[in-house]
Design a protein around this ligand. Structure first.
Ligand SMILES: [Zn+2]
Length: 257
């Protein structure tokens, strides 16, 4: 990868962490036509900082008396402290001055200085790639904390390898086809990924969900040509009854101007 492409990629993740940014979401309507929608997000570091003190951020454990709900989210605090520490370290790699109190400032100042080093060829592409990976990891960990994906299990066997159950990477025995979705957050199937933990087949986004649905239907027809076994398909998303798989469609999202 060329240096300038790398710097662009690096700047993108620095921006996501430190600045108000927009993301694009493709919404599909019932007719299958697509529409691009932009959503504005606060800087990820700011969102994590706010989560630490927000009662909304506390999960099931925090639900209880109102006075108890206003506690600090300990997990978010630990994550925030750890990330802040990493960014101070990063800053100290390029500056002898005292770090700033806010992690956003440390990261942006680091980026400016690091870019200068990259442009004067003092840094190898490998080192830049490592920084990109690291910062993308930081951003992803915050996004996961803010919006953990919904996990669904498909009751039908995998249409590609016919496996019904298997043990996943975490050692959990479960249905073979697992869906990770951010439908609640994005109100679309754009950030949805189905995966067979046996044969590693992957179906992505709304299009992929339609394809998976089609493959399962087709496989079922072959397998139960003389049986009326629609039930499996009907219960495809039984753990998440808001998704009607017969016509995967999503409500229109409201844009913020
Ligand atoms: Zn499979």
């Amino acid at each position: 990868m060329h240096h300038s492409n790398q710097l662009q990629e690096l700047l993108e993740v620095v921006d996501r962490l430190t600045q108000v940014h927009k993301s694009t979401v493709i919404i599909e309507d019932d007719a299958g036509s697509e529409e691009k929608v932009y959503i504005e997000h606060d800087p990820l570091l700011k969102q994590l900082r706010e989560l630490v003190h927000s009662s909304l951020g506390s999960t099931v454990q925090g639900a209880g008396l109102a006075s108890e709900r206003n506690v600090i989210d300990a997990d978010a605090l630990e994550q925030y402290d750890s990330i802040s520490g990493q960014l101070v370290k990063l800053y100290k790699e390029v500056s002898d001055a005292a770090p700033f109190p806010v992690p956003e400032s440390n990261l942006r100042h680091w980026y400016i200085e690091f870019r200068r080093q990259v442009e004067s060829r003092k840094v190898s592409q490998d080192v830049v790639a490592t920084k990109i990976r690291k910062l993308n990891g930081v951003a992803a960990s915050i996004e996961n904390k803010l919006n953990p994906p919904t996990i669904l299990e498909i009751t039908a066997p995998c249409p590609r390898c016919d496996a019904t159950h298997a043990t996943d990477e975490q050692g959990v025995y479960r249905k073979a086809v697992v869906v990770e979705s951010r439908i609640v957050q994005y109100r679309s199937l754009d950030h949805t990924k189905a995966r067979c933990i046996v044969c590693s087949a992957v179906w992505l986004h709304g299009r992929g969900m339609r394809q998976l649905r089609y493959e399962i239907d087709h496989r079922e027809e072959l397998r139960h040509a003389d049986k009326e076994n629609i039930e499996i398909i009907e219960n495809l998303f039984d753990k998440y009854d808001k998704i009607d798989v017969r016509s995967i469609s999503v409500p229109k999202i409201e844009t913020r101007a």
